[in-house]
Design a protein around this ligand. Sequence first.
Ligand code: ACM
Ligand code: ZN
Length: 345
Amino acid sequence: MMHRLLLLLFFLPVISLQASAPMTWRGLMLDSGRQYQTVECIEALLDSMAVRGMNTFHWHLTENDGWRMAVRFAPRLTSVGAYVADGPEQQGFYTRRQMKHIVRYARRRGITVVPEIDLPGHSASLISAYPGFGCSKDVVCPANPDLLPFLKRVLDEVCDIFPSPYIHLGGDEVNHSAWRECEACQHLMQEKGISDEASLQVWFERQLVDHLARRHRTAILWEDVLYETSAPLPPNLVVQWWNYRSKGELGLREALSRNIPVIMSSNYYCYLNFPETPWGGYGRERTCTAENIRRNPSYKLYDPQNQLILGMEACLWTDYNLTQNLLGERLFPRLDILAKQMREP
Ligand code: ACM
Ligand code: ZN
């Protein structure tokens, strides 16, 4: 009896340690597309992440009218896309030197910077700079023969600046009707035997995902690519689950059932742009208190035994003019709770 008790006591700390092993992916996303934040602001954000044991900074560098990443071979991307509106918070872009500095600053704090170039929707800035690349105001035209070579060159520059093993390619909220109404896209679909626009998106993503794979990088896409098509997704892909408000657990379940690794960012709970009290375009039904965050599905559904679940990411979108001076009050104190969920699932 004594023997057994001793044995149990010996293993107990191991068991409890295993139960609370931190998630592998402990992330924060910042939308620098809609608003611009200074390098100093991003450094401060990285410091805040480091003290909370977070290890992944997902940098959303393009969004709608904003393109913040300097691209050597295509300076129009920032000469047009860096000036989203008149306020100082909507203007600016990051030079190669600044981005490399951010990468180094983060690395010294144990943080990997995962850049995102959001395609093929949310691409108004790219299309304003190069109008031939769009079949609508904000959806790129995969049938333009110059588009994919152009995007691959952009990704080459992304890979040169960011050593991260993961590169985010977006893929969310694409208005497929732009492709339905584009003669060139319809022709491309016929030629390739693609039956619907959601499958055209999968075809488009594959070109870029495979390009990244050749550079030994894994692409991340938002969960939207899982829907309305049976076209198989390329291997070497991670999906980010976000749309909890509209689709519940579907994105998570669907990705896991297809053996695709997942990052969990169930919105409402992980989206810190949803304020604690109504603000801007966020009514009462789109608020999230610190108390609510304790019921976060990304925390509740985390399964340490499932190797496909990489971890969790908080997201901070900057719509409705969430300018740099307001970031602190959105992030804290709720990021403390999310970061603890990531550290001690
Ligand atoms: C998203 O919130 N559109 C990923
Ligand atoms: Zn088109």
